[in-house]
Each structure stands twice: as structure tokens, then as C-alpha cells.
Design a protein around this ligand. Structure first.
Ligand SMILES: [Zn+2]
Length: 306
């Protein structure tokens, strides 16, 4: 029987899934173990091996391919990982080592790309745009990321990793001149304007008070806090500008918004209106902007679909 194997390699947990068909309802097994990242890179590789052995033992199946979702990305030129917040992975030849250890071909993509692939194939996109040519998936949460999925020559959806492995890296496009400094070395990246922490930081700077984004949003809706309204205005305006760039370049058949900030319902109304203002299309916008359907499962399902 053909099975689909996916591993989501997170900073605290490694999750594995085996699917008997490309469907969220076809889970044969799903399992999590601790990453124990503090014990270093060789230990993480061993933990992945342990998880794959468990999946094999409990299902009786063997993989002929495994897809991996990871933080950061693999640089195809230098053949090493980069941009991982699990920093001990940076500079390592992770996918090559995994192939050797697991003795099976692996495909690796960053977690935002896995999110995009999962939502494009198994999640929110099929009912709206089943014959999509391209989909952009966005994660707006603690960080901001993105992934591009397009339909390959054989009709199968594939992730666009790009020449340098940075395809879809939407979080680090500069949106604001002299904005907040970013870990990437620049200032005012999308991530420093409308990630959850950046919005909370902005609210704190203008109001002098610390509040969660959820509270800030509630205070904005109640209309009682001008600083909260200023913060949500910053989100909507930043989102509108940033997403209009994607639409102008890619003009995808659908966009899916994941992550905690993506739960803010105004993004789907007022946020879309802002994008409409900035997109190069005579004030019209028919791009479906969708809520995700797979929740926390998107990472591991996307890995399985690689
Ligand atoms: Zn940045």
C-alpha cells in the first residue's frame, strides 16, 4: 500500500504522521516525541530516527520517501541549513544526514511552505479553488512567514523553494523605513510590523502599557482605547500593503492566513479592503483570502504531502 510519511521538526516536539491516502481523514498513525534540542544537532537527528522507527514498528509499513517540515530552510547552493530558530541546526547538512541515517529519500521544506502545501491540498483551498495554479500561504504569529505552492508539470502541487531556498519568505520584506530592528539584521521587515510581538511592542511604545494582542483587539473593538485602534490600524495597513505585493507579483488563485494574528477577523474584511487599495488592478480584488482549515495539523500534513 502507498503511504505518505511526514515529520514536523519543531523546537520542542517532533511530530510524525503516516497517511494511507492524501487526505486529513486517512491518518494511520500520528506520534510526537520531545526534540530535546538543547542536547544539540546529533541528538536531534537521533530523535528523528527514533520516531521513524516507532512509526515503522507500530504500523508495519516502511516509507519509500519522507517529507520534513523544519524551521528555517536548506540552502541548495551551500548545502546547509539557515535561518532556523532552533539555532543548532544552522550550518548543518540536515537533509543529507537524515537520508543517510534513515536510508530513505527525504524532501525538506520550511514550515511555512508545509503550511501552504497542506492548506492547498488538504485544507481550505480545494473547495474554493480546486484547480488552482498557485496558492500563497501566510503564517502571521510570533513570526511572519509565507510559502508558495504551484502546480507542477505532472499536475501535482509543489512547493517553490527557489534558487536560494528563500522562496515565499514574505516576513523579511522591508515595509517600514527605520522600523523596529529585526533578527535578520534589517529594520522594519513585515515581521517587525505585524507579527504578534511587534504589534504588542508598538502598543506598549505608544500607550506605555503592556497588553496581549487579544486584549488590544478587544479594546479596539470596544472603541475605548485610541492606542489599541492605532495598533490595529497599523496591522491592517501593513497587511494590506504587504499582501498587495504578493498579489501583484504572483496573483495567486487563493491566499490562506495562518498563525495567531491570522485569527483577527478584521483582516478578512478591512484588511482585504486595504489590499484592494494598493493592488495594481483598478481598485478591484477577487483573490479569495481564506481562513486555514487544518489548525495545528497543517505542518505535519504538509510534510507528508511533500
Ligand atoms: Zn527581518
Amino acid at each position: 500500500m502507498q503511504t505518505y510519511w511526514g515529520i514536523d521538526l519543531g523546537g520542542t516536539k517532533i511530530e510524525g504522521v503516516v497517511l494511507s491516502a492524501p487526505s486529513p481523514d486517512a491518518v494511520v498513525i500520528r506520534k510526537r516525541i520531545d526534540t530535546e534540542a538543547e542536547k544539540g544537532y546529533p541528538h536531534i537527528v537521533r530523535q528523528v530516527g527514533r520516531l521513524v522507527d516507532l512509526l515503522k514498528a507500530e504500523t508495519g509499513y516502511r516509507p519509500d520517501h519522507i517529507g520534513f517540515g523544519t524551521p528555517g530552510t536548506f540552502d541548495p547552493g551551500r548545502q546547509v541549513m539557515k535561518g532556523c530558530n532552533t539555532t543548532c541546526l544552522n550550518g548543518t547538512p540536515l537533509p543529507l544526514e537524515l537520508e543517510k541515517t534513515l536510508d530513505v529519500p527525504v524532501t525538506l521544506a520550511n514550515d511555512a511552505n508545509c503550511f501552504a502545501l497542506a492548506e492547498a491540498t488538504l485544507g481550505a483551498v480545494p473547495e474554493v479553488a480546486p484547480d488552482f495554479r498557485s496558492v500563497f500561504g501566510v503564517i502571521m504569529g510570533t513570526g511572519v512567514g509565507g510559502g508558495v505552492v504551484f502546480r507542477g508539470k505532472d499536475g501535482q502541487p509543489v512547493v517553490l523553494n527557489g534558487l536560494q531556498g528563500i522562496g515565499g519568505e514574505w516576513g523579511h520584506i522591508i515595509l517600514e523605513e527605520n522600523g523596529y530592528p529585526c533578527f535578520c539584521g534589517k529594520r522594519g521587515c513585515n515581521e517587525q510590523v505585524f507579527s504578534g510581538p511587534a504589534l504588542q511592542r508598538f502598543y506598549h511604545d505608544v500607550s506605555g502599557e503592556k497588553r496581549s494582542l487579544k486584549e488590544i483587539y478587544e479594546r479596539h473593538k470596544a472603541g475605548t482605547d485610541a492606542f489599541a485602534t492605532q495598533t490595529i490600524e497599523r496591522l491592517l495597513e501593513g497587511f494590506g500593503r504587504a499582501i498587495s505585493v504578493i498579489i501583484n507579483v504572483l496573483d495567486p488563485d487563493a491566499i490562506v492566513l495562518g498563525g495567531g494574528v491570522g485569527n483577527i477577523d478584521l483582516l478578512y474584511t478591512e484588511g482585504v479592503e486595504r489590499a484592494k487599495k494598493y493592488v495594481f488592478n483598478e481598485g478591484r480584488l477577487s483573490t479569495p483570502i481564506l481562513r486555514p482549515k487544518l489548525g495545528d495539523s497543517a505542518g505535519v500534513f504538509g510534510a507528508a504531502m511533500l
